[in-house]
Design a protein around this ligand. Structure first.
Ligand code: ADP
Ligand code: MG
Length: 140
């Protein structure tokens, strides 16, 4: 294990319900440090570029529509094993399948409106953090 950084997004359903602080508290209680954070309203083009890896999936259009439907909070999180740790804390993609106590089990509304995004590998974490943050905006 080593100190890692991962990209987290609090999705539009989280900002709409004013629960970003509750979610940040869960990260911090689990030892994830928020080392960069910004609230942004993604354009559709930005959402499409961020999720380009999913461009051939049937849900791509709806995903990009949703992610550009309201403000999001983009964050870099840091801890030992941060990438896998955040995926565990987030829970399964479908909130109905997410383990009890996970963010998606607690707050997710549907497979589309599932409250949080988290990087899934070291490679995507580096790419996704660089998508939103300059090195000088990350204060570990
Ligand atoms: P995760 O966010 O858990 O890494 P994916 O990377 O597979 O999941 O998918 C990205 C996002 O696309 C998901 O968080 C979810 O909002 C949406 N999504 C994934 N699969 C589906 C699906 N079958 N139907 C609708 N939306 C989906
Ligand atoms: Mg993913």
């Amino acid at each position: 294990m080593s100190i890692e950084r991962t990209l987290s997004i609090l999705k539009p359903d989280a900002t709409a319900r004013n629960i970003t602080g509750k979610i940040n508290a869960i990260f911090e209680e689990n030892g994830l440090r928020i080392i960069a954070q910004r609230r942004v309203f993604l354009t559709r083009a930005e959402a499409e570029r961020f999720y380009i890896i999913h461009k051939d999936r049937p849900f791509y259009t709806d995903l990009c529509t949703f992610m550009s439907s309201g403000p999001v909070v983009v964050q870099a999180l840091e801890s030992e094993n941060a990438i896998a740790k955040n995926r565990t804390i987030m829970g399964a993609t479908n909130p109905r399948e997410a383990a009890a106590g996970t963010i998606r089990a607690l707050f997710g509304l549907s497979i589309d409106q599932n409250t949080v995004h988290g990087s899934d590998s070291a490679e995507t974490a580096a790419q996704e953090i660089a998508f939103f943050f300059r090195e000088t905006e990350i204060v570990g």
